[in-house]
Design a protein around this ligand. Structure first.
Ligand code: ADP
Length: 162
């Protein structure tokens, strides 16, 4: 039974994340999506809401669990019996930070591998941050996020139905 952890802020989950999740779910028997509860960034959505939005967006996907975690990722991954950490790579700009994290995690736990999935071309420019920015400024954002996230963003930002 191969378990992998896909950690992140997911504030909120985007179609880019969902694509990584669907592809990672094909590679592992069990995929645990771990929403970081101790992020230094001040999130738009609470940890519980971010978990719920991922669950609602992935209602049809078996073998995928969604939970929160605090503290050191390698400790959480080990407690889950994970063989690997999954991360998505969008561009060179992601690379330096992701490479640093992967090496640090492997130094902290010599058995913990990081598996990088290359973003799909049409999602390489998508990030939670840019979607929130577009939404706040009144741009259409429905095609970048799953339907439950679109509704939640409208509500959180006080936007009307388009
Ligand atoms: P973090 O705050 O840990 O970077 P994010 O929620 O922003 O959390 O991202 C979690 C992971 O998903 C990261 O590995 C990030 O590179 C990846 N990711 C984010 N957006 C995309 C996308 N559009 N396509 C592929 N991977 C993505």
């Amino acid at each position: 039974m191969r378990t992998a952890i896909y950690p992140g802020s997911f504030d909120p989950v985007t179609n880019g994340h969902v694509d990584v999740i669907r592809r990672a779910a094909l590679l592992f028997d069990r995929l645990v999506i771990a929403v970081a509860a101790n992020s230094e960034k001040s999130p738009l959505f609470s940890t519980e809401k971010r978990v719920r939005l991922i669950q609602e967006s992935l209602a049809d996907l078996p073998g995928v669990e969604v939970t929160t975690f605090q503290g050191l990722l390698v400790d959480f991954a080990r407690a889950q019996g994970a063989a690997a950490i999954v991360r998505g790579l969008r561009a060179v700009t992601d690379f330096e930070y992701e490479f640093q994290m992967a090496l640090m995690n492997r130094t902290l736990d010599g058995h913990m591998e990081t598996v990088f999935l290359a973003a799909r071309e049409e999602y390489t420019y998508l990030s939670s941050r840019i979607i929130k920015e577009v939404a706040r400024l009144g741009g259409g954002f429905g095609r970048f996020v799953p339907p439950p996230v679109e509704a939640a963003l409208r509500e959180a930002l006080g936007l009307r139905e388009s």
